[in-house]
Write a protein that binds this ligand. Structure first.
Ligand code: SF4
Length: 479
């Protein structure tokens, strides 16, 4: 019997850390569908080991269980081939899950007697912490397989793979693939997406997959598996409309997007696509701009995709068209900005430039839904990984990040969700002492903390009463 072990994935284009359900487990399930594979999570596997019970805090290492310890042990015993899905290339902080590392897998799986097949980004290395070298070493595995086959095959796997949702007892948001590769001729120094052949899935095929997901109980989706949502089929608004209109007719509770290239957003076709996103997607939506740096020298040295003026114009456009508040309490559609440290050419001036442009956005009353700041992981095969720069700025990373968090992010948070805002459908995920934390389903949802013990897994309407540095302080209210 084949078993899929989901250790969760996080890549620049594609998230599979709960509550996200990534594409890998679904595609692998679809490929093996006639053998009726079982689905386990790394949490199920950890749960077979003795562990210390946390009294006052949710243990997020074993939160995402799909079945009992006895059932997991029985499945592992009967497994002939174990498909292990793993790999974190863009490490983040996860509220209610911990992805599996190669070290942990070696500890937990080395005595298991079955064929072990690795699938997913860990084949090229994985790292849960930014700024560190990727973990490599694939001795544990009998083989490494890719699911990056042609889209004719993927389209079939995607429809059959939707059935895996039946084995997941908690609600998830499914990551949806629209294409792979990068439309640019030259690629950013740190990025592996540019190594793939540029290809897009047909909207009819994607909609077939969405229909199957809906049929198997999935209520939330995000078009997150692509380098730029706006570049779908060569930035053609009529193609994007077919896709979004079709998705919205299926009646999902949440339809969001993820990555967007500001240089494509800031065009007339890009503007039309923004209008379509506002019309057909659900509120709280975010376009994550991979800006990486506002320093022109860093932009040139790393072949980044856009200049600072273009980013500013794209931020303005999405604010103008998407800034209105939607029925779940959040602005309908806002931009987010990714900043990356450790790139070539980084100096003290880099942070000054980043602050200058972010302050300009603040001063012009614009909203940024989130600013993601992280240190680059230098993967072999990329120009940065093969020829790493010697930087003197590494020691400034935390102080630079703190300044952006306190002077920009915090102010933006107050603007995006001011005191008195009612946010709806916040599903409580973890407890810490007498506090409970939850999020809406969607792209980069805000974390809402309540100073009460609320029921985990239950959706609440919450009133914003204050702001922490990057999260909301809330109290329950009537829906
Ligand atoms: S624009 Fe840069 S970061 Fe984005 S996919 Fe292309 S190469 Fe990668």
């Amino acid at each position: 019997m084949p078993t899929i072990l989901d250790c969760y994935t996080d890549e620049p284009s594609g998230l599979g850390v709960p509550p996200y359900l990534g594409v890998y487990p679904r595609y692998v399930y679809g490929r093996l569908v006639y053998d009726k594979p079982k689905y386990l999570t790394i949490d199920d596997l950890r749960n077979t080991q003795p562990r210390k019970q946390l009294k006052h805090k949710t243990d997020i290492a074993v939160k995402n269980l799909t079945r009992s310890q006895e059932e997991t042990l029985k499945i592992l015993d009967e497994t002939r081939t174990l498909y292990i899905i793993a790999g974190v290339h863009t490490p983040g902080k996860y509220l209610s899950a911990i992805p599996g590392s190669l070290g942990e897998l070696n500890r937990l799986l080395s005595t298991l007697k079955c064929e072990k097949v690795l699938v997913g980004p860990a084949a090229k290395g994985t790292q849960l912490h930014g700024g560190k070298r990727p973990e490599t070493g694939l001795e544990l595995f009998d083989r490494v397989e890719s699911v990056e086959e042609n889209y004719t095959k993927i389209n079939n796997y995607a429809v059959d793979g939707a059935r895996v949702a039946k084995q997941i007892p908690y609600p998830v948001i499914a990551e949806i693939e629209t294409g792979r590769g990068c439309p640019r001729r030259e690629h950013c120094s740190f990025c592996m997406e540019g190594m793939k052949r540029l290809e897009h899935r047909d909207s009819r095929e994607i909609l077939n997959e969405l229909g199957a997901l809906k049929e198997h109980g999935i209520q939330n989706i995000r078009f997150g598996r692509q380098s730029c949502f706006y570049s779908y089929k060569g930035c053609r608004p009529n193609e994007t409309e077919k896709l979004l209109k079709g998705a919205s007719r299926l009646g999902f509770k949440v339809i969001h997007i993820d990555n967007a290239n500001p240089a494509i957003v800031d065009t007339s076709k890009g503007e039309r696509i923004t209008e379509l996103i506002v019309e057909y997607c659900t509120p709280g939506n975010v376009a994550a701009f991979g800006v990486e740096s506002f320093d022109e020298n860093v932009q040139i040295d790393n072949c980044l995709n856009t200049d600072s003026n273009t980013v500013f114009e794209a931020v303005k456009q999405i604010n103008r068209l998407g800034g209105e508040r939607g029925d779940n309490g959040m602005p309908k559609f806002l931009p987010g900005i990714n900043i990356l440290h450790g790139l070539r050419g980084e100096t003290k001036k880099t942070h000054d430039e980043n602050m200058k442009w972010l302050k300009k956005m603040l001063d012009e009353d614009l909203m940024l839904r989130r600013i993601n700041i992280r240190q680059v992981v230098r993967f072999p095969g990329t120009p940065l990984g093969d020829n790493p720069p010697k930087l003197k700025t590494r020691r400034y990373y935390y102080s630079w990040r703190r300044q952006i968090r306190t002077e920009i992010d915090h102010e933006m948070l107050k603007r995006v969700a001011p005191v008195g805002t009612i946010i709806r459908d916040v599903r409580m995920e973890v407890k810490d002492g007498k506090n409970t934390f939850g999020r809406q389903f969607g792209s980069y949802p805000l974390i809402a903390g309540v100073k009460q013990e609320l029921e985990l897994g239950k959706p609440y309407s919450l009133e914003v009463t204050g702001h922490m540095l990057r999260s909301l302080v809330c109290q329950p209210c009537n829906p």
